[in-house]
Design a binder for this molecule. Structure first.
Ligand code: MN
Length: 159
């Protein structure tokens, strides 16, 4: 039998129920202990050595947020559930179902779910990528000079 066709490790079709995919592990968002984030889960939907990209689904619970970070690699994001806001560089945008967000290289970014709704999104990245950089105290002071950005970051990123 040719197990490349039916291998459970790499099935041709994985069913979805809600925003959970069959045979896709629900993982913690990050193992990085330096990172500041709140109530985010991660599912890796597509990842294969023969692909140069990975497609992941992240879900931020109501009131939660992803890590404020930057890195050389890019993100291509599509909102699949709920609503919230994102920070990309100095821009804060309201985001909702099917909105697209591009995060260019070396651009500070963070995703926040609305207080009463989760925020779920697909995120495409390079398979091989650099490690995220976290903001220094000086970076945070610089970011907070912009009133809109300061309001977006709230008290959470103050540490
Ligand atoms: Mn990132």
């Amino acid at each position: 039998m040719d197990d490349t066709i039916s291998s459970p490790a790499r099935p041709a079709h994985r069913a979805a129920r809600g925003h959970r995919w069959d045979q896709v592990e629900l993982r913690p968002y990050k193992e990085d202990e330096r990172a500041l984030f709140k109530t985010v889960s991660r599912q890796i939907l597509f990842s294969d050595p023969k692909l140069d990209a990975e497609l992941r689904y992240f879900e931020v619970e109501p009131g939660g947020f992803s890590t404020l970070e930057r890195h050389e690699h890019m993100h291509a994001v599509m909102v699949l559930r709920g609503r919230g806001q994102c920070l990309v560089g100095r821009e804060v945008r309201d985001i909702e179902l099917h909105d697209l967000v591009t995060v260019p290289p070396w651009t500070w970014h963070q995703f926040r779910a609305a207080a009463s709704e989760p925020l779920g999104f697909l995120c495409m990245v390079n398979a091989r990528r650099d490690k995220p950089q976290l903001p220094s105290d000086a970076d945070l002071v610089e970011l907070r000079k912009d009133e809109t950005v300061a309001r977006f970051l709230g008290a959470d990123a103050a540490e």
